[in-house]
Design a protein around this ligand. Structure first.
Ligand code: FAD
Length: 468
């Protein structure tokens, strides 16, 4: 492989080809430190043309390519296997915002742009780029699009897919496809853009994207409602949609167990109610008029929910600082859970109308199979997407419980499937769920997916071993 690496050095400069183990280390271990792979090199091109040159060399020398953005993915998609045969292609040097068009409401960003920088560039032009996730300070737009990321504002603005109008892509053969069209209507053949979005780097390398901008809301306001059950939360969701329409931008469910854990590990954070309730919903409205209008809307909604018996108690934030404090409860759940010990995580979706039934049924099935197991359920109820995490029963070690992970997954995923759901709603399949998905997709669907992979990546060099 010396000839290959020499050719790469000639193409983009020796300084951007890392082969020293210490230099490569950060690129080889996944976000949750569950896996450390090996690579021939970590390659860091600085332009789309350089990406194309490297991919052409990989095709010529039959070297597998693992594209990597911020490496914040949670399904082992952005790290190589342990064979040491692949290169990690880091896109982080492609980090320019190429242009902003405020009339077309679009922004063109290179794949390695950090999401937060894109939000800030939009904001500086008095526009909103609404994709927002807890990893936004380090994830990249190329990774967001490749995993079709969700986050906290999907209810109003959609996933990454719905925020992208066009792409620039380096194909598996190393050709550069310029599909950077800022069009909202384009019925001129197969939608190639949508093939690359959510493909987890298995079909080609995204090098830039045209992103859709939105008007910046004049006010954002948050409320926390305490509820009896997930079914009541669904009733509140229907009412909130009716009353608030498009201003409703967040609707997050959290069980009492989640908030107990947050309070235990972050004592300053607690729900602002005199007593505990089984469930809580964090609502956010983003108002185009004014903060007075947002307050009126949210207070009116909470009054109606209390009168209708959907909410047991509710607070509406009186300031931005109070809104931020309420969001802290939601944002600290993952950290509190980590402090509590290991748990078995699921990122699932079911039709919104069936979430209550799903939570009840799956909870019963798990209790039968693993008596005393603790369910840490929270997530984007407005999108039908739950983080459905299962922790060991009191008295059982994490190690003993994790040894039964496959059995727990089977109960949860079979139940998700029986409710017409998906076993991955946000994080993708990566290397983690690539085998598991075969149980739930029909042979017809898998065959169609394989034929797309074969057509676009006949040498199977684009992120092999992931997704398909
Ligand atoms: P990476 O992790 O580097 O890569 C992700 C996948 O995309 C890999 O398969 C990789 O090969 C591929 N890829 C990366 N860049 C390219 C490219 N330019 N071209 C082709 N393929 C590419 N995800 C959500 O959806 N919603 C959330 O709310 C959310 N919250 C999170 C919170 C935390 C604290 C953390 C750590 C993660 C969270 N994630 C969430 C997961 C993760 O941040 C997202 O999946 C994110 O979109 C990944 O971006 P990245 O740049 O880190 O991509």
């Amino acid at each position: 492989m010396t000839a290959f690496l020499d050719a790469c050095r000639a193409a983009i400069g020796a300084a951007h080809i890392l082969t020293d183990p210490a230099d490569m280390a950060a690129y080889l271990t996944d976000q949750r430190r569950r896996h450390t792979g090996a690579a021939l090199a970590v390659i860091k091109p600085g332009t789309s043309e350089e990406v194309a040159a490297i991919v052409r060399l990989c095709a010529l020398h039959r070297v597998p390519v693992v594209p990597q953005g911020g490496n914040t993915g949670l399904v082992l998609g952005s790290v190589p296997d342990t064979s040491g045969a692949a290169v990690v292609l880091s896109l982080t040097r492609l980090n320019r915002i190429r242009s902003i068009d405020v009339i077309n409401d679009t922004l063109v960003a290179e794949a390695g742009c950090i999401l937060k920088n894109i939000q800030e560039a939009a904001s500086a032009a008095d526009r909103l780029f609404p994709l927002s996730l807890a990893s936004e300070g380090s994830c990249t737009i190329g990774g967001n699009l490749s995993s079709n990321a969700g986050g906290t504002a999907v209810l109003r603005y959609g996933n990454a897919r719905e925020l992208c109008l066009g792409l620039e892509v380096v194909t598996a053969a190393g050709d550069l496809w310029d599909g950077l069209r800022g069009l909202r209507k384009d019925n001129t053949g197969y939608d190639l853009r949508d093939l690359f979005i959510g493909a987890e780097g298995t079909l080609g390398i995204i090098t830039a994207a045209v992103l859709k901008l939105h008007p910046r809301p004049r006010a954002q306001l948050t409320a926390l409602a305490a509820l009896r059950s997930p079914a009541a939360a669904l009733g509140l969701l229907a009412m909130a949609r009716q009353e608030c329409g498009d201003t409703l931008t967040g609707f997050e469910l959290m069980s009492d167990l989640c908030l107990q854990m947050v309070h235990r590990h972050f004592p300053a954070l607690r729900a602002p109610f005199a007593q505990a309730y089984p469930q809580y919903v964090l609502l956010e409205v983003s108002d185009g008029e004014s903060s007075e209008h947002a307050t009126q809307l949210l207070e009116g909604l909470m009054d109606a929910a209390l009168k209708a018996g959907l909410a047991e108690d509710a607070v509406v934030a009186a300031s931005l600082a109070q809104s931020a404090n309420l969001w802290q409860l939601r944002e600290h759940i993952s950290a509190a859970q980590a402090a509590e010990g290991k748990n078995i995580k699921h990122d699932i979706a079911v039709p919104i109308s069936r979430i209550g039934e799903f939570i009840d049924t799956t909870g019963r099935l798990l209790e039968q199979a693993f008596p005393g197991c603790r369910l840490v359920t929270f997530g984007h109820l407005g999108d039908g997407n739950l983080h459905y995490n299962v922790a060991a029963p009191a008295g059982m070690t994490d190690h003993a419980f994790l040894a039964r992970q496959a059995e727990v997954n089977r109960v949860v995923h079979d139940s998700v499937h029986s409710f017409g759901g998906a076993i991955s709603a946000e994080h993708g399949l990566g290397a983690l769920k690539r085998e598991e998905i075969l149980r739930y997709k029909s042979p017809v669907e898998m065959a169609l997916q394989r034929s797309i992979k074969q057509a676009l990546d006949p040498l199977n060099l684009m992120n092999p071993g992931k997704l398909i």
